[in-house]
Design a protein around this ligand. Sequence first.
Ligand SMILES: *Cc1c(COP(=O)(O)O)cnc(C)c1O
Length: 389
Amino acid sequence: MIPIAMPLLGEAEAQAAHAAVLSGWVSQGPQVAAFEAEFATLTGARHACAVSNCTTALHLALLAVGVGPEDEVITVSHSFIAGANAIRQCGALPVFVDIAAGGYNIDPAAVAAAVTARTRAILCVHQIGMPCDMEAVMAVARAHDLRVVEDAACAAGAQIRIGGSWQPVGRPLGDVVCFSFHPRKVISTGEGGMLTTDDPRMDAQFRLWRQHGMSVSDTRRHASDRVIIEDYPVAGFNYRMTDIQAAIGRQQLLRLPGIVAARRALAARYAQALMQMEGVTAPAEPGGMRSNWQSYAVGLDPDLDQRALMQHMLEIGIATRRGIMCMHLEAACADIPQRHDLSRSEGARDHTVLLPIFAQMDHDQQDQVLAALRDAVAAQHPRRSRLTA
Ligand SMILES: *Cc1c(COP(=O)(O)O)cnc(C)c1O
């Protein structure tokens, strides 16, 4: 059985977790601080603040840019549902817009058309590790005085070209960038998230909110030779990451360049093979974007039955997933008014299949996936199998 994804965790992560446990400090402490510093260096952001997962990161990011009741936040429906949930946790309304043609990312023209007097912010997504068109998104934000939160849950290690030079996703182009370290992403701490920003006031706000609104951190009080009595200036949350998770995360950061290189090589090899296959379209990497290929999404010709193709591959032992979900089609979002055309999003969900991709995947496994895909397409179209044999 070839799985859809697999985290790359090894002896280094196990040893790091072991050492964190034996250090006696297991909650948010020195490992979290070191992980944050290393993440800031890696992305080029001034500040990085670790939290319990990307959903809590999104919640804090939206609160920090001032999203509250009565506000609207423009975002994509074609993404993981955590985005809409975080907007609703702030008491605000998600306004769904469509994706642009030729990919799975937000359409900046649709964002511009969706702005109302209530719009406070744009929540854009670097979907499945492909950076979205940030220059166009920021132009819309500037024109309408909107704040921008980047959902980079899947995008650690991806790069974007700005003004002629490449920079990592995570160096903020909007106000705040949010990452996930769930095992389905390219690096993992089991559960975990990170907020990056260049604004020191926002970073201070995140640090306060994530630990119950408490003015003094445990580490500072522990290290002090004077008695410190904390106070609670604001209502907060418990969104902390543990030192055990951060110790694992630090090892994952060391692996990140190798993981991304391996995934990019596999993606290039997939693209080469798919060029010769009928009925399917390899994903394109737009100029100015370097994906980390968190997922490898293949377009299916409209006459192919997605579910039958996935079932066929599953029976051969190859796991796949359908295209990215559309939040507006889920019961959880039934009460959100649908103001804008979302037909590209729906088409992408129903005419896309995600193929297995993970850093440890070898060419033999990849060839098995390709053979199964060819077989599954041919099962629906015997004529095609002759053409592509
Ligand atoms: C995975 C994911 C999230 C949620 O991340 P968690 O760390 O599981 O909370 C949010 N947005 C997108 C686009 C995701 O892919």
